[in-house]
Design a protein around this ligand. Structure first.
Ligand SMILES: Cc1cc2nc3c(=O)[nH]c(=O)nc-3n(C[C@H](O)[C@H](O)[C@H](O)COP(=O)(O)OP(=O)(O)OC[C@H]3O[C@@H](n4cnc5c(N)ncnc54)[C@H](O)[C@@H]3O)c2cc1C
Length: 407
């Protein structure tokens, strides 16, 4: 016979600590699957379905090319996990129903080098590319610095005005939504209760979530609610230094079989895509309202990208689809990952890089939660010290700075 919340302060059977995860994006689902694999009782809530937030809008560019050692280690671990998951099949569910409708999806990670280009005349960026590549190599990453001739010999890139480029070999692309769907299938398999059409609020006392007027108690709550994370926490009197902002992307018809590319001077990126090419950036560095923002891409973004792609790749896009999505910024550009109040954890503030490190961030925060509940996990570091969300009071004034940059 098992007891429930009334006796134990948790809505789940006795003995097993319970965790609520708010958000069925790449981060929340990764954490949920890991927590359940380690024996915890996990419920995932999403108001709009699997991958309904930024994960479903992401470009799916993945690389380990980070100049900071912590980021590089997390990105390396994330790629390792993406490769482990690659070619796995999982049940698919419509966003409304979650897994279990009989159909399946396959997640595929496609290896592809990532090239960062700086233009002649833009010395600051060229120096930053070289310096950050040096630091990446220092962390053991497979990154080389090449001039225009070598670059042009290897890749179909227009190099006449290239000053310098960095080429990161441990990189690739994938469809982020299929990652989330794979993880939703895995979640189902390891006993996670996935509630994909349930908007929740956060409750500190009693600890847990609220569904409408009903409180549900949990031993720990992970808020991985993307652009809504700040608002959700603020309503529970937990201020976070976190601002949502718009970024944009498009897919284009017309084959592209070059590398993944980031033109650091022009500020756009692209990669191969099943329809031809996927390109993006279009950062709008102003705070967006996560409940009232424009999901359509802007003309200026499409025009700028057209100019950039034509110039750099001699590629004239024929836009198939374009869209905007929300990313989250923090005062120092590092994520907020950890405990913000007793038993309440957050995972947000990815500055446009949240998908590519989700398998690692999700794993680290899951290990931190498990440890806090008396279930330490051998072989997995709990949390990331420098991402502790309490390093900010939450009321800091700060400017939104574009996430994809070279420093
Ligand atoms: C156009 C675009 C391109 C991008 N390209 C890349 C890229 O190439 N590489 C990369 O690494 N990153 C990229 N990003 C960033 C990346 O998408 C995000 O950092 C990452 O997906 C965040 O995942 P998440 O799980 O933290 O949040 P999300 O995917 O946003 O998930 C949060 C979930 O929480 C749910 N939610 C919110 N409020 C509630 C509530 N009250 N109750 C229940 N559920 C709630 C939402 O419905 C949502 O499903 C891109 C983003 C955009 C917009």
């Amino acid at each position: 016979m098992t007891g429930t919340s009334a006796e134990n302060g948790s809505d789940t059977p006795t003995g097993t600590p319970s965790v609520a995860v708010v958000g069925a994006g790449a981060v929340g689902l990764t954490a949920a699957v890991d927590l359940a694999r380690w024996g915890l009782d996990v419920t995932v809530f999403d108001r709009s379905g699997v991958a309904a937030g930024a994960t479903g809008s992401a470009a799916g560019i993945v690389y380990d090319a980070y100049a900071e050692d912590v980021d590089a280690a997390l990105a390396t671990r994330a790629i390792e996990r993406f490769r482990e998951f690659s070619a796995e099949t999982a049940p698919v569910g419509a966003p409304e129903t979650g897994p279990g409708t009989g159909a399946t999806t396959t997640f595929q990670f496609t290896d592809c080098p990532y090239v960062i280009v700086a233009r002649a005349g833009d010395e600051q960026t060229a120096e930053a590319v070289e310096a950050s590549a040096d630091r990446m190599r220092h962390h053991g990453l497979d990154v080389s610095v090449v001039g225009p001739t070598t670059l042009g010999e290897r890749f179909p890139i227009q190099t006449a005005d290239v000053a310098v480029a960095a080429v990161a070999e441990n990189a690739g692309w994938c469809d982020p939504e299929s990652y989330a769907r794979l993880l939703a299938g895995r979640a189902d398999a390891v006993g996670v209760d996935l509630q994909p059409t349930t908007a929740v609020g956060l409750s500190r006392e009693p600890r847990g979530v609220t569904v409408g007027r009903v409180s549900r108690r949990f031993d720990a709550v992970l808020v991985a609610a993307g652009a809504h994370t700040g608002r959700l926490c603020a309503r529970a009197d937990i201020p976070l230094a976190l601002k949502p902002y718009r970024v944009q992307a498009l897919t284009s018809l017309g084959a592209y079989d070059g590398p993944m590319l980031y033109d650091a001077t022009a500020g756009f990126y692209c990669r191969p895509h099943p329809t031809g090419l996927l390109g993006g950036d279009g950062t709008e560095p102003v705070e967006a309202d996560p409940d009232d923002w424009d999901e359509a891409a802007d003309d200026w973004f499409r025009n700028d990208l057209r100019t950039g792609l034509t110039h750099r790749l001699d590629y004239r896009p024929r836009v198939e689809r374009s869209w905007a999505g929300l990313c989250t910024a923090t005062p120092d550009g590092d994520p907020l990952l950890g405990e913000v109040a007793p038993g309440i954890f957050v995972a947000a503030g990815w500055q446009g890089h949240g998908f590519m490190r989700a398998p690692a961030h999700g794993e680290r925060i899951a290990a931190q939660i498990a440890e806090s509940l008396g279930r330490p996990v051998e072989g997995v570091t709990a949390g990331v010290e420098s991402f502790d969300p309490t390093r900010f009071a939450g009321d800091e004034e700060f400017r939104i700075v574009e996430g994809i940059t070279v420093e």
